[in-house]
Design a protein around this ligand. Structure first.
Ligand SMILES: Nc1nc2c(ncn2[C@@H]2O[C@H](COP(=O)(O)OP(=O)(O)OP(=O)(O)O)[C@@H](O)[C@H]2O)c(=O)[nH]1
Ligand SMILES: [Mg+2]
Length: 380
């Protein structure tokens, strides 16, 4: 599962990426700073099950701290989009093609209104315009890709065959058969524009990070940005980077919503951190970066986290690591689908699942719940 970061130039996409992954990518106020995409690992956080079982876990991927499990998710940060990108303006379609595999998009908006549609400095730019044009650009591009892939296609008459064919032809856009089926219920291939728009909304929903919320004009714009049909989360990517860096240097303790100074701060850093505390943490409760990732994964995509273990009693893998993995799967995934996700062979040789809490057997079509810990029994 991939989360794509999109938005106009200079809105803070790479800063958000840096805050989420702690990879030191280039950020700057100059538009089109990012040309080549940045890809890396961020995390969705859940209450780890280790507490329920009174165990100390040893994650192979991600980490666990104070009962919070950081489950890896892929992030892609692309170059800025401007009005007309789909038709080749700015750096054009190139950036859009890089988010083809994303399941959800976070649009980083410069809520401060201090940059225009192309990322150049200005005043009082209405950030609502940014949301509008970006959605249009994504829709135009998506429609173009759909059209290109469906050109000269002979359509089968049965619905099931049609869904299979579309699924195959549109596989590059990471759309599911379920999403295609739902789209066909609400549109038809006679109206490609409508078909593409609905399929885009289902397969690449967009949530909004109202970024640079540390700046007073952004705080004023926030009310305007709140829309009934869009999820809008206030963020300060730059503050998140500063807090995590100060934590790494052991100058402050920063974890979840807990923040306090532990080291000796020079005057400049002290002022900067006091500013973040006052303008971001006290006002909004957090920098919003983690919240964005969690909302994208759990609320918008409706995923759940499930732990696979080899030993149903000790909750370990074969090497003795306690609760080594947590996988993100769609809500409604079955035990067998989960087995395939963990390892193709586990799926192919699947015998049964075991719920480690109750020690009950779980049939192949049993639907999993968030925070289930499951052992898969397989044949030789
Ligand atoms: N005040 C403030 N500035 C921010 C924030 N996030 C990013 N910035 C600044 O905004 C400018 C642009 O940030 P980038 O992260 O490079 O923006 P981008 O969207 O990746 O830009 P392109 O790669 O050019 O499309 C930089 O000067 C950042 O320091 C924030 O939360 N608050
Ligand atoms: Mg960038």
């Amino acid at each position: 599962m991939i989360i794509g970061l999109v938005g106009k130039p200079s809105s803070g996409k790479s800063s958000f990426f840096k805050a989420a992954t702690m990879i030191d990518v280039k950020t700057s106020p100059v538009p089109f700073t990012t040309i080549e995409p940045n890809a890396g690992i961020g995390y969705a956080t859940i209450d780890c099950v280790c507490k329920d079982f009174n165990l100390t876990c040893k994650p192979k991927h991600g980490h666990c701290k104070d009962g919070k499990r950081f489950v890896p998710v892929k992030l892609v940060d692309v170059g800025g989009l401007i009005p007309g990108s789909h038709a080749g303006r700015g750096l054009g379609n190139k950036f859009l093609d890089e988010i083809r595999q994303a399941s959800v998009l976070i649009q980083i908006v410069d809520a401060s209104g201090l940059t225009d549609a192309e990322g150049k400095p200005t005043e009082n730019f209405d950030p609502r315009k940014e949301i509008e044009f970006l959605e249009d650009e994504i829709n135009y591009w998506f429609e173009y890709v759909v059209k290109r892939n469906l050109e000269k296609l002979k359509l089968p008459s049965s619905k099931a065959d049609l869904i299979n064919l579309l699924h195959e032809k549109l596989s590059g856009l990471e759309v599911t058969k379920e999403q295609i089926s739902q789209t066909l219920e609400r549109s038809s291939l006679n109206d490609i524009e409508k078909f593409s728009k609905i399929l885009r909304e289902l397969s690449k929903p967009i949530i909004i990070a109202a970024n640079k919320i540390d700046l007073p004009p952004a705080q004023e714009n926030l009310e305007k940005l709140k829309q009934p049909h869009k999820l809008v989360i206030p963020t300060s990517a730059e503050s998140e980077v500063a807090l995590k860096k100060a934590h790494e240097k052991k100058l402050v303790y920063y974890h979840g919503n807990d923040f306090h100074v532990i080291g000796d701060l020079d005057e400049g850093r002290k002022k900067a951190l006091e500013f973040i505390q006052r303008e971001v943490l006290d006002r909004f409760g957090s920098t919003g970066v983690q919240e964005c990732l969690n909302k994208a994964v759990f609320d918008v995509l409706n995923y759940i986290a499930v732990y696979p273990v080899a030993d149903a009693n000790k909750l370990t893998d074969k090497d003795g690591n306690v609760l080594p993995d947590a996988f993100l799967v769609p809500n409604g995934a079955t035990v067998k689908e989960f087995a395939f996700k963990v390892h193709t062979q586990l799926g192919e040789k699947f015998v049964t699942g075991i719920d480690t809490r109750t020690k009950m057997r779980l049939a192949a079509d049993h639907k999993l719940k968030h925070r289930d810990v499951v052992s898969i029994v397989f044949g030789r």
